[in-house]
Write a protein that binds this ligand. Structure first.
Ligand code: GAL
Length: 972
């Protein structure tokens, strides 16, 4: 039972109480290095593909006579601490391997035709390993590893010890690894990720695509995601309830105080409370709360998203044993059944978009800074709300929404009330309930099996009550696509309408007058950016409104929601295009086209419709483009989105007509195409307030690069998003240009992805170093009578009558006489290799004092058994495409104990083909390059060139910054 101590305490002097506590020996060493550390564990992982069913290609994992489910600590294959991963690729997280593999026409439609999934067992299982050291002084602390999200079905081991299995591709999870660590030495974490099965019907990526953290605390500490801050604002005062769950993982009873301090955005402490004389038995945890008065609070709002911090200190025996930070905002939210949504008592219409998590170039491995870029782009359109469809988001997305002022529907993945599914919901709520941006929990989306029936009603009611227990301050919704009036819609707190084409919101409101409602999904004007006529072979589509389809018209949705005060607002499907759900065409289409903005964030025309409705800025936008060579005198529909009173259109200075603008609508004119300029003039109260023109441009002549930020942090994480535009000689964007552009980067930065928003582009988003492994096979051995000048190591020595290689099986303590000298030969086959291919031999000891030969050339000699290193770059001159011979001469190994398994693994050949030249075509004039800093300051230069176009350079300054504490990349 949780014991909620509602203690209204007077301000007390910190440190006035000292409790004497007897600590176990191990815990005393923790006290010597008190406090909490949270280390980013993103750098320097090793990665290789395993296999979904072929154990041989899955490094023989889980084939051991005693494997990890038989004996604790018996992780085998890459799960073993001793596994040799030297030949594996080195990479940093976040990582999405699905974005790196090619497109395949037989790939999954919903996942964007990437070569991942059931049909691609060789690219559907990925192994990650990371070595890290833990110092002796950490002994006695509680150490955990936290994964923010792995897609999906992951199993984790530390030092060969199985930690657990997480099926969800979206829920964060954590393992305590305290007891499994090697203190004062090296440790290895191994993760097997299986992306064979899909969770969603959209692109989901593959791999460890969110951050990983190593946390260290004292045994007495705030539980993971153990704080909960909520506020009650009355007049000029906020009563902030600060709850902290503290856990005692020590061996003795703990006595402690909790000091809760609120710090403003400038770092100034504004109020502090102390909850005194608390205690916890070993193994117990409890929630302790207090109410802190904040006078004249600065409220978190969309215009001014002000953030406070709560610092929770656990003080025991005169020492601060834990200090835990919680970012929060002081604000109130309310859904009203008749009047919609209120933030801080002020009515706000929710102008929202749904979004999946992927972005051009990077897939779902979105750097934190790119989250901010995406939210800022949505805000530019006047959007104030974001639905995390259909899964728990990455925490940094919510951080960006907190910082920039964006309201969030935070969504659970799968509805259900079993322990596993409720636990996913619990993890979501505990993790996210301090974010001021989160205004409501969505329990699920379009659960067709039960949304309109009694099962749905029961499941939703149970989940809703469960959510309320974890967070009584927020309401819940479910996005429902049918059966309105029945099932879930009868019990859900806030009705989530998915598409007004599915029923009548008015009827639901009349039937359930106390139930607020939001449009959780509504249709956009689907279409391809910059395309005005359907082009089926290329899977490009003109905006749906052009076909007069009401269902496909963005205006229908907004007009419906704008006209009904009882509806809190709506969320368009979608803000950004996303990979997968490649409708309506399917292959060669690989991305959706539902976005108001494309995969890169380039606006489609309908962006300006919403901007004209959703902002107070004067908006005037005319389209299509005006490059229609060969279509002279053909009639075009020219549209304008605007919030002016009237708009007049001119073709080459001749008026085509002045029209009155209806609110939340558009204007259109028939215009016969003639090259030149279409100019729109917008008027408010009879006065011209805006112009916008589209011009017939010349041929592509030059590249223009524009960085969204010219200064980035030199932390190996920050990014600048660079727009690539192809212009004519008069610096006008050529809206039909599709030139291929080549990129070169210099300085402390790297390109991490390219894109162009073309939903059917099959160009790579990423160019990566290719790291492959070649096995040394068919090992044979022969006893010889000396080690020097042996003919047996030569390439063409005839070994056809040699016996297969094996190590001695007997252990003979009394063995006398000289050990046998042996030659071992094996074969490895190389593909054709280019001059810049790096071929490295990574050996292991097959014999004592071994000498190593490749095709008869000596590479090394006198290698002590199991000596570290054993890494040799091979000169191309001694290698040949096809068959090569690896040979070893040395004395036969002897067992040191009866149980020793002598090594039979010769090692492996690593082949590295360097990163090819980065390139991407512009699509309708535009492309995007994402540049990430290194952990080193300096100038980063990106050059773009293309035959026939003048090239362009952009310079970024990577500035020194305080690095986030991180687990170092491994030394290997
Ligand atoms: C909805 C669904 C979304 C997406 C959309 C496509 O029914 O909730 O996830 O599939 O349709 O138009």
């Amino acid at each position: 039972m949780k014991k909620l101590l509602q203690i209204f305490l007077f301000l007390s002097v910190i440190g006035s109480q000292v409790f004497v506590q007897s600590l176990a020996r191990a815990e005393q060493s923790a006290a010597a290095s008190p406090g909490r550390e949270r280390l980013l564990m993103d750098f320097g992982w090793r990665f290789a593909f395993g296999h979904a069913y072929d154990t041989d290609k899955d490094f023989n994992h889980a084939t051991g006579f005693f494997s990890y489910f038989a004996k604790a600590g018996y992780g085998d294959g890459p799960a073993s601490a001793n596994f040799d991963d030297r030949a594996w690729r080195i990479l940093n997280l976040p990582h999405d391997w699905a974005i790196e593999v090619p497109f395949a026409s037989n790939g999954s439609h919903s996942h964007g035709y990437k070569a991942v999934g059931r049909k691609f067992p060789e690219t559907s299982v990925g192994w990650y390993r990371k070595s890290f050291s833990i110092s002796k002084s950490d002994l006695g602390r509680r150490i955990g590893v936290e994964f923010d999200g792995v897609f999906r079905d992951s199993i984790v081991w530390v030092n060969g010890h199985y930690l657990g299995h997480e099926p969800s591709g979206y829920s964060g999870f954590r393992y305590d690894i305290t007891d499994h660590l090697n203190y004062g030495g090296n440790n290895v974490i191994a993760v097997r990720v299986d992306a064979t099965m899909e969770e969603g019907w959209f692109y989901e990526g593959a791999g460890i695509y969110r951050h990983v953290w190593l946390t260290k605390t004292a045994p007495l500490h705030v539980a993971p995601y153990g704080t909960f801050v909520s506020s009650d604002v009355k007049g000029n005062t906020a009563n902030v309830t600060a709850r902290a769950t503290v856990i005692n993982e020590g061996m003795t009873k703990a006595k402690f105080d909790i000091i809760q301090s609120i710090v403003d955005a400038g770092g100034k402490s504004v109020a502090t409370r102390r909850v005194k004389k608390l205690s916890l038995k070993p193994g117990d945890n409890d929630e302790f709360s207090c109410v802190i008065k904040v006078k004249k609070p600065v409220l978190w709002s969309l215009e001014s998203p002000y953030l406070y911090k709560l610092i929770t200190e656990v003080r025991s025996a005169g020492t601060v044993v834990d200090s835990y930070q919680t970012t929060f905002g002081i604000r109130t939210v309310r859904f009203d059944p008749n009047e919609g949504f209120f933030l801080n008592g002020k009515h706000v219409k929710l102008k929202g978009t749904n979004n999946h998590q992927d972005h051009a170039g990077v897939g779902v491995a979105v750097p934190d800074a790119l989250q901010e870029f995406r939210i800022a782009r949505l805000k530019e359109m006047g959007s104030n709300a974001y639905r995390c469809s259909h899964n728990p988001p990455t925490p940094e997305l919510l951080d960006a929404c907190d910082r920039l002022g964006m309201l969030v529907i935070d969504e659970n993945r799968l509805m259900g009330t079993t322990p596993e599914l409720l636990d996913q919901l619990k993890r979501l709520i505990l993790r996210d309930r301090n974010h001021p941006s989160v205004i409501i929990w969505s329990l699920g989306n379009e659960e067709w099996a039960f949304e309109g029936n009694i099962t749905g009603e029961r499941i939703a009611a149970t989940m809703q009550a469960f959510a309320k227990r974890l967070d009584p301050t927020r309401r819940t919704t479910v996005a429902i696509s049918g059966g309105w009036g029945q099932g879930i819609s009868r019990v859900i707190d806030v009705m989530g309408y998915n598409y007004i084409s599915h029923g009548s919101t008015d009827e639901q409101h009349a039937k359930f007058p106390n139930q607020p409602g939001i449009g959780t999904e509504e249709t956009t004007t689907q279409g391809t950016r910059g395309i005005y006529f359907d082009d089926r072979p290329n899977a490009h589509m003109a905006p749906l409104h052009k076909k007069g389809s009401t269902g496909g018209d963005i205006e229908v949705g907004w007009k419906h929601y704008a006209a009904r005060p009882y509806l809190a607002g709506l969320f368009y499907w979608t803000g950004f295009d996303y990979r997968g759900e490649a409708n309506p065409f399917g292959w060669p289409q690989v991305s959706s086209q539902c976005g108001i903005i494309d995969l890169c964030g380039f606006p489609k025309d309908c962006f300006y419709y919403l901007k004209s409705c959703w902002t107070d800025e004067t908006v005037l936008h005319v389209f299509p483009h005006w490059n229609w060579k060969g279509k002279e005198d053909q009639e075009f529909d020219v549209w304008a989105y605007s919030n002016c009173d009237e708009v007049e259109l001119f073709l080459n200075d001749k008026s085509v007509g002045r029209k009155k603008m209806e609110k939340n609508s558009h204007l259109q004119w028939k215009v016969k195409y003639q090259p030149g300029t279409v100019l729109a003039r917008g008027y408010k109260n009879g006065k011209e307030v805006a112009t916008h023109s589209i011009e017939t441009t010349g041929e592509p002549a030059a590249i223009q690069l524009t960085a969204h930020r010219a200064v980035i942090k030199a932390d190996g994480e920050d990014v600048s998003v660079i727009t690539v535009q192809v212009n004519d000689s008069k610096e006008r964007c050529v809206a039909t240009a599709n030139n291929e552009i080549i990129f070169a980067i210099e300085g402390p930065g790297r390109i991490i992805g390219v894109g162009n928003g073309d939903p059917s582009s099959h160009e790579p988003d990423k160019y990566i170093e290719s790291v492959s492994q070649v096995r040394i096979e068919n090992l044979k051995m022969q006893t010889v009578d000396g080690t020097e000048d042996r003919p047996e190591v030569a390439f063409d020595f005839n070994d056809s009558n040699w016996q297969a290689f094996k190590q001695p099986s007997e252990y003979n303590k009394e063995a006398k006489g000289p050990a046998k000298v042996i030659v071992i030969r094996g074969v490895f086959n190389l593909q054709e290799f280019a001059d810049d291919t790096k071929i490295t031999l990574l050996t292991k000891s097959l014999a004592e004092g071994q000498a190593i030969y490749v095709n008869g050339h000596r590479i090394a000699q006198d290698i002590k058994r199991d000596a570290p290193g054993q890494k040799y770059t091979l000169d191309h001159a001694i290698l040949r495409p096809g068959k090569n011979i690896y040979a070893v001469i040395g004395t036969q190994l002897a067992k040191k104990s009866q149980w020793e398994n002598l090594n039979t693994d010769p090692g492996v050949i690593q082949v590295i083909v360097p990163i090819p030249t980065w390139k991407r075509s512009v699509f309708n004039g535009l492309a995007q390059v994402i540049v990430q800093s290194a952990r080193q300051s300096g100038e980063v230069t990106l050059k773009a060139s293309s035959p026939g176009l003048s090239s362009n350079v952009t310079r970024l300054q990577a500035q020194p910054t305080a690095l986030r504490p991180a687990v170092p990349a491994s030394q290997q």
